[in-house]
Design a protein around this ligand. Structure first.
Ligand code: PDD
Length: 283
């Protein structure tokens, strides 16, 4: 019997089931999911799973494409069409398909809903339970590894959206000790009153931007003093200039932080110069 998946209103053969490459789940991990047990053909703990799904949706400001009653009908139908006796139903909702850009897509972008179901041999599971299983321990680093350029960008998406809702272009993340780490999709920089360019050292706390590396080379060649070190929000507020870097923005002057002017709230001279000369140093 061939497996059937549910994709945005249609029941399709599992091997042909697909979503668009610009689905926000694929691009940004911008989605939520549930897994329900199926026992003797019946879905188990559905109220708990749907409560949690609705909560996850609310927390992410994500609309569910179907009401609860219809959702339950589709879940049951996916199990029925796959003739699942014992197994699991998987359900995923993403913020839908939109051109890749961190902020939420414009209103009217329909959330995407997919479901799959698969059988799990109950006997094998019971035998495993008879033997018991082992575990290992690991540091809980979900997700500290921002130095890796992964598509696990949901926190970045939420930060960027918040920035845009507050009328700002970018959000700077601040660590537990009050030091700026980086922007949601950019590296963060300041220029001190003494004219020293400061950006956080590229250790695990930030993504090592390629634009950042080139900007450092440019700044050195233009005879500016550079310090790769942490800086606090307070220090940034006292800075002469601030800017961000990324392949998408290049060197972009920052003129306010949390609504407070940096310098005279105009793009600074060093930021402008680095921007103007960037391509003399880029590969
Ligand atoms: N973002 N930090 C984060 C979290 C980023 O997502 C990016 C880039 C950077 C700067 O890296 P680079 O200089 O190599 O572009 C730093 C890209 C542009 C994006 O996600 O759209």
């Amino acid at each position: 019997m061939s497996r059937i998946a549910y994709v945005n209103g249609q029941y399709v053969p599992h091997r042909k089931a697909s979503v668009h490459i610009e689905d926000r789940g694929y691009q940004f991990s911008d989605g939520i999911y549930e897994v329900c047990e199926v026992l003797d053909g019946r879905l188990i703990d559905v109220p708990g799973h749907l409560d949690r799904l609705e909560r996850s949706a609310r927390e992410l400001d994500l609309g569910l494409p179907l009401g609860r009653a219809v959702l339950e009908m589709v879940m049951a139908e996916v199990c029925r069409r796959n003739r699942i006796k014992d197994g699991i139903l998987y359900l995923q909702v993403t913020r839908g398909v939109a051109p890749r850009d961190h902020p939420f897509p414009k209103n009217g972008t329909r959330p995407a809903l997919v479901m799959t179901a698969k059988s799990i041999p109950r006997l094998r599971e019971s035998e495993k339970a008879e033997r018991g299983v082992g575990v290992i321990t690991l540091p809980d680093n979900r997700w500290e590894r921002v130095d890796i350029k992964t598509v696990s960008l949901l926190p970045n998406v939420l930060a960027k959206q918040k920035a845009r809702e507050s009328g700002a272009y970018e959000a700077w993340f601040v660590d537990d000790e009050g030091f700026v780490t980086e922007g949601s999709s950019t590296n963060a920089w300041i220029v001190t009153q003494e004219g020293v360019i400061v950006t956080r050292q590229a250790t695990r706390g930030i993504l090592r931007g390629i634009t950042r590396d080139t900007a450092i080379r440019a700044a050195q060649d233009l005879q500016y003093k550079i310090e790769e070190r942490r800086f606090t929000v307070e220090e940034a507020l006292q800075a002469r200039e601030a800017f961000i870097t990324a392949a998408s923005t290049l060197v972009m002057p920052v003129v306010t932080i949390d609504g407070n002017p940096i310098g005279d709230a105009q793009p600074g001279e060093i930021s402008r110069r680095l921007r103007a000369h960037y391509h003399d140093y880029a590969a």
